[in-house]
Design a protein around this ligand. Structure first.
Ligand code: KIV
Ligand code: NA
Length: 276
């Protein structure tokens, strides 16, 4: 399959074709997503929770993000890859934001970057876009600011908050982002945004939109800490892995593994070895 380009994603919105988008953080998962013809991969800072074991995303560094993006790119060379800007890589200034966004493109061969926020990061989005880098905005439940949001909570459920979200969505488009991700907002609000905006609006926990994102650890049943309401589980990989490890442990203890099938026998008469 040919790698998609910006034009393909714009056309998919116009033709009302859904974009499929998953997170991946490592070589094998990226390769499996590509083999399954997924349209885009997000190397989310959710890697902090899903693969590094942090409680939130804020400890994740630029180095973590770059190295995971590089692994994903090796696993999925023909898939549109989104680098996710970690906490404090773009908050301080437009200049730092541009420099860090550039690292995703230059060092990890990302196709674009994503950052959190609406009105308040408009100048960052514009600065990064002006550097020639494609940007996806991210509004609604923004995990890097869960302190201010009061936790991992759905957003835009009352009119006042929904109005602010729509302002954010318009600011993201106005600032030059080529797409917007909306997380954990009512489908009614998402639908309104997808109609109002000319850029593609993708959703996670936000009902139908121009495309869907899901976190691989959630959909594959690998992330055990909690499961948001908006997740559909397509596999129970944790169970499969635990069973495999348990079986292996039992086999070793009961001497069922290794057997003659799993060894390299000597190539010369055994007597020669006994003289050693
Ligand atoms: O890091 C991530 O996976 C994300 C999604 C939760 C939207 O930003
Ligand atoms: Na993220």
């Amino acid at each position: 399959v040919k790698k998609k380009s910006l034009g393909d994603f714009i056309k998919m919105k116009q033709e009302k074709q859904q974009v499929t988008w998953v997170t991946a953080y490592d070589f094998p998962t990226a390769s499996f997503a590509e083999q399954a013809d997924i349209d885009m991969i997000l190397v989310g800072d959710s890697l902090g929770m899903v693969v590094l074991g942090y409680k939130g995303t804020n400890p994740v560094t630029m180095e973590d993000c770059i190295s995971h993006c590089q692994a994903v790119r090796r696993g999925a060379p023909h898939t549109w890859m989104v680098g996710d800007m970690p906490f404090m890589s773009y908050q301080v200034s437009d200049e730092e934001a541009v420099r860090n966004a550039g690292r995703f493109i230059k060092e990890a061969d990302a196709d674009c970057i994503k950052l959190e926020g609406g009105v308040r990061v408009a100048s960052r989005i514009k600065a990064i876009t002006d550097a020639g880098i494609l940007v996806i905005g991210h509004i609604g439940l923004t995990p890097q600011s869960t302190g201010q949001l009061g936790g991992f909570k759905a957003q835009g459920r009352d009119v006042k908050n929904a109005r602010l979200l729509i302002k954010d969505a318009l600011a993201v488009q106005e600032a030059g982002a080529y797409a917007l991700l909306v997380e954990a907002v009512p489908p009614e609000v998402t639908k309104f945004m997808a109609q109002k905006l000319t850029i593609p609006v993708y959703g996670i926990g936000a009902g139908p939109a121009d495309g869907q994102l899901i976190i691989c650890g959630d959909m594959l049943g690998l992330f055990q800490a909690f499961t948001p309401k908006f997740v559909k589980k397509y596999a129970q990989l944790a169970e499969i892995e635990i069973n495999a490890f348990r079986q292996y442990g039992e086999d070793v203890k009961t001497k069922k593994f290794p057997t003659d099938d799993h060894v390299y026998h000597v190539l010369e008469p055994i007597e020669e070895f006994e003289k050693m």
